[in-house]
Each structure stands twice: as C-alpha cells, then as structure tokens.
Design a protein around this ligand. Structure first.
Ligand code: TXA
Ligand code: MG
Length: 337
C-alpha cells in the first residue's frame, strides 16, 4: 500500500520533498485534483509516472511551479522551462497564477523532454493549493525546479479529488513507491483550464473553471477553440474520465420518462440529476447542485460513489447550457463517450 500522511504535519511535507528530490513519486493535493508528482527534470522519475498510470509516454504532463516571484518561484520556473512567453500568456499568468490555469509554452531545448512527452512545448502551472505550494517550495529548496504531475488516476479513469481516491487507484504500489499527502478534498474538483500559447494567439485546449470570457478579459484577446491541428492532450481525448459503469447524458424529461417505463427494473441504473426526478426504491439517486462550481467540486467523487454501488449505467441529466458549466459538461461528455 502507498504511504498516506496528513499534509498538516510539516514533517510529512519535508518527507515528500525529499522523495521528490530522490526521484520517487508523491501524491500531491492541488486545488483542482490530486496529482501524481515527480521531479520534472529527472527522466527516470518521470518514467515512473507514465508506468504507474499506464499512460502512453507521448502524452505530455503538466509541470507545476512554486509560488512567489523569487529565485525559486514560478517566474524562475518559467525561465527554466519556457523558451519564450508571448505577452498574452504573461498577462494570463499575472491574472490567474497561482490558480487553476495551465499554459502551454514553447519548451527550452533540452529541459523536461520526457515530461513534455517529446513535444517541443511544455505545460506550466502554478497551483493555488497551500499543500501543493508548501511541497513545491520545499522541493525547490532541494534543487527541484518543477514537478511534473498528471492527475493521479490510471489512464482514462476518473480523476481523484481525495487522498483516498489516490490510494485506491495505486493500491498496488508499495509504501516506498508512493507517498500520498492527504490535504483533504480538492476545492475546485475538475482539472485546470488549459490554454495553448504556442501559436501566436490563445487557444483553449481544455475547458475548466476559468472561462473563456475571464481569459479574454484578462489578456485582451479572443480565445479560439481548439481545432484538429492542436497538440495531443489526453484530457482532450474523446473518451476519458470514465467510470466502470456506462455514463449516459440525457435531458430531464426523457430521463424521467425512461425511469418511469423501467420502474423497479431500473435497479442497475444510478441517477445524477438537477431536476427533482422520481425514481423507484433502491435506485441510487444524487441531486446535482444548481451551482456549477459546487457541481465541479463534487463531480468526480459522485461518479466514483455511484460507480461503487455496482450499477451498470449512470444516467446524468445534461447540465445547463450556461458557459459557467463548460468544464463540467466537457468532463461528463467525455465520461459518456
Ligand atoms: O488541474 C490539473 O491540470 C491537474 C493537476 C494535477 O494539476 N493535472 C492534470 O494533468 O489534469 P493531466 O496530465 O491529467 O492532464 C494534463 C493535460 C493533458 O491533456 C496533456 O496532454 C496536456 O495537459 N498537456 C500537457 N502538456 C502539454 C503540451 N506540451 N502540449 C499539449 N498538451 C499538453
Ligand atoms: Mg488526467
């Protein structure tokens, strides 16, 4: 079993930083989801991430940078990893870092090539979570410039938003193979918004809780949606974030109609809906919050919980059309694909 330590203990942060510096893996809470972290400049350590996740090695990882603008803060980190920073990207960093925004920048030759999955670009993010920040600062003090961390789940599966989820995903790793810092439930709950800054104008690669309108207001440029020329991003694969049960998205009315037809035969189905639906006794039902941020926060935990009831199908009511729901809708569409 992986070693699970409370992040409130400063000795646990030190132990985790030491492991990062030694090339080992750490389960790191961030404001979005938990990450599976390793020293981004240590190719052997980064290979351990790909192996543990079962993720193809050509799928690039995000490199996390320490807070602050000093010698070991994110500005120094950006200099270390990025060849250049377009003005609109600098404006986005200023507006949203630390926070749930990842920027894809042209990569400096010879750095973090394995973490970048062979791309000539690199994804950078300065997380806002106090535990991630403390860990990144402690690791930087030991010479670690940045920490590569994909979401801490097996490839294609639901992202983890608690330390227990991470322990479940990697229960086969030994305690000296993975130390998980328990920092509680992640407050944002879905992964960072990703903006590609390598093509002269901002391109949205993955929607998140920072919306295009907020990005545009901060950088003064229109944000384009990704097209087929966009670089590969596993978070942008059509099928991703999938529980074991089959997920189906439906509007409230047809969802209710289908439940009515099945009646007590709906026991193999779980339901997650914002409308007040009627279900037969024994059908697991979770009410979806009407606030997008609150829904994002619980989304992955709810999918895991409904999955764990052993149902074959999870029927989810289509979220509202409002752009505040883009991130949640995106994750649900991929879970259903
Ligand atoms: O919120 C998050 O972003 C979380 C936490 C742990 O920070 N991390 C996360 O990592 O979601 P991951 O690996 O599950 O998703 C990162 C996405 C992937 O879709 C990856 O392909 C894309 O970022 N990405 C990373 N570097 C890239 C690059 N150089 N070019 C294009 N896409 C890149
Ligand atoms: Mg992921």
């Amino acid at each position: 079993m992986p070693l699970l330590l409370p992040a409130s203990d400063p000795a646990a942060i030190e132990a985790a930083a030491q492991r990062l510096a030694a090339g080992s893996l750490v389960g790191m809470p961030t404001e979005t989801v938990y990450g599976l972290a390793a020293d981004a400049d240590n190719a052997t350590a980064v290979h351990r991430i790909f192996a543990a996740k079962g993720r193809p090695a050509d799928h690039p990882l995000i490199v996390h940078l320490a807070p602050g603008e000093g010698a070991q803060g994110w500005r120094a980190g950006v200099d270390h990893y990025a060849r250049e920073v377009p003005a609109f990207a600098a404006a986005l960093m200023k507006a949203f870092w630390p926070g749930p925004l990842t920027l894809i920048l042209p990569r400096r030759d010879g750095v973090a090539a394995v973490a970048a999955g062979g791309q000539d670009s690199v994804g950078l993010r300065c997380p806002a979570h106090p535990v991630a920040q403390a860990l990144l600062v402690a690791a930087a003090a030991r010479g670690v410039s940045g920490v590569a961390a994909p979401s801490a789940n097996r490839f294609g599966r639901v992202s983890p938003t608690t330390a227990a989820h991470v322990a479940e995903e990697f229960s086969d790793l030994p305690d000296d193979g993975l130390l998980i810092l328990d920092g509680g439930a992640c407050p944002v709950g879905i992964e960072s918004t990703i903006v590609d800054a390598t093509r002269g104008h901002p391109v949205l690669l993955r929607p998140g809780m920072i919306t295009p309108a907020q990005l545009e207001a901060a950088c003064g440029q229109p944000v384009r949606l990704r097209d087929e020329a966009a670089p590969r991003a596993s978070g942008t694969l059509e099928s991703h974030y999938a529980p074991r049960a089959k997920v189906r998205l439906m509007d409230g009315k047809p969802l209710q109609a289908a439940l009515d037809v099945l009646g007590a035969d709906a026991k193999h189905i779980a339901v997650y809906a914002h409308s007040p639906l009627k279900v037969a006794r024994g059908v697991p039902l979770r009410r979806m919050p009407l606030d997008a941020a609150r829904c994002a926060q619980e989304l992955f935990a709810v999918l895991r919980e409904l999955d764990a009831t052993g149902v074959r199908l999870i029927w989810v009511e289509t979220p509202p059309a409002d752009t505040a729901w883009d991130g949640v809708r995106d994750r649900l569409q991929r879970a259903a694909a």
